[in-house]
Design a protein around this ligand. Structure first.
Ligand code: FDA
Length: 309
């Protein structure tokens, strides 16, 4: 309930103004965001990789409003990939891309612009020795994102997809994508969605997550279990055993700053653990989704706002 309210009011420009007045270095922002520059993302990646973790880096930004901005985002990914290659990090670090940041929502030929930009990033990632995963945004973009994924996978079959367990359609999408070579990140889903398309009670979302995970673990693709939920992590381990999956044939993923001790524990047990590291100036939407997931984050944030006054 609080989650839905927060995601709803976050669209107010006044609230956005108040929140973005907080510097990126402040506690709550820096807990979840590596920093504003590619330098900060590379530095955070170095630390995580030296701890035995893998990384996927997201350049923050969504709902780009013009083609130049979309191209600038793609260029920023190319620069980031160069930096990762120079630092010798591409064996352990890939990138995550939101299609709306590279043009998907632009009127007219937005999908084509997003596909072209995503293709450029996939090519650069392959040349650097790594991969791209396409983040999933709200349900109005799911068909378009999966269509762009299909196109990209013709040339870059290593491109990863994200599916959201809260959507009623996702079990069927998992069946479509559970084939050899298909990397699929399964998450619960972070947007405000109507009941017509998405399960609302947490229990229903969790049950859907388990059904989807069964399909992915049983299939022949590469499941990426993106959750901090202790129960789901335990179930993922049991399903991997049940379907005879060796370590290295699936991975766990968590967000930067969320349950860091658990990230290390899973990695030290021999699992592949990947941390999603966001960086950039446009951190508002990302931070709001993190606050909506956990009321304690919101309280911490409000306290830091008050102490700045
Ligand atoms: P849940 O929200 O039930 O949390 C379980 C427990 O984890 C909580 O009780 C708490 O202890 C801890 N926790 C969870 N979130 C926390 C937070 N923000 N701060 C502190 N503790 C927290 N979504 C999407 O729609 N599209 C996408 O592309 C992605 N991509 C993505 C990548 C990766 C690597 C991850 C881990 C997640 C995403 N998500 C996402 C976000 C995802 O949909 C979901 O909103 C969050 O992961 C929270 O869901 P949990 O599965 O962790 O469960």
């Amino acid at each position: 309930m609080l989650r839905q309210v927060l995601l709803g009011v976050s669209r107010s420009s006044k609230i956005k103004q108040a929140v973005t007045a907080v510097p990126v270095s402040s506690g709550i922002v820096s807990r979840f965001v590596a920093g504003e520059t590619s330098d900060s993302a590379v530095l955070a990646t170095e630390h995580l990789v030296s701890d035995g973790l893998n990384v996927t880096i997201d350049r923050l930004g969504e709902d780009t409003t013009n083609p130049d901005e979309a191209k600038a985002t793609a260029d920023a990914y190319l620069e980031l990939l160069d930096r990762l290659a120079d630092a010798g990090l591409t064996a352990n670090a890939e990138v995550s891309v939101k299609l709306s940041a590279v043009g998907q929502a632009l009127p007219g030929d937005g999908e084509k612009i997003a596909l072209d930009n995503a293709r450029t990033i996939c090519r650069a990632a392959r040349n650097a020795g790594t991969t791209v995963t396409l983040d999933m945004e709200d349900h109005t973009t799911t068909d378009s994102t999966l269509e762009i994924l299909r196109e990209l996978r013709q040339d870059f079959p290593e491109t990863g997809a994200v599916l959201q367990a809260y959507l009623r359609r996702t079990e069927a999408d998992c069946r479509d994508l559970a084939h050899a070579g298909s990397r699929v990140r399964l998450c619960k889903g972070a947007y405000k969605e109507p009941e017509s398309v998405a399960f609302q009670p947490k229990l229903d979302v969790d049950k859907s997550y388990v059904r989807c995970l069964k399909v992915l673990m049983k299939g022949s693709g590469y499941p990426m279990v993106a959750s901090h939920d202790p129960q789901l992590i335990a179930i993922a381990g049991s399903l991997a055993d049940r379907y005879g999956r060796e370590q290295g044939t699936f991975e766990y993923q968590m967000l930067y700053g969320v349950r860091p001790d658990e990230q290390l524990r899973l990695s030290r047990e021999g699992n592949t653990m990947r941390v999603y590291v966001p960086y950039g100036q446009d951190w508002y939407g990302y931070l709001v989704r993190r606050m909506a997931e956990k009321p304690a984050n919101l309280q911490f944030f409000l306290r830091s706002l008050i102490s700045k006054k």
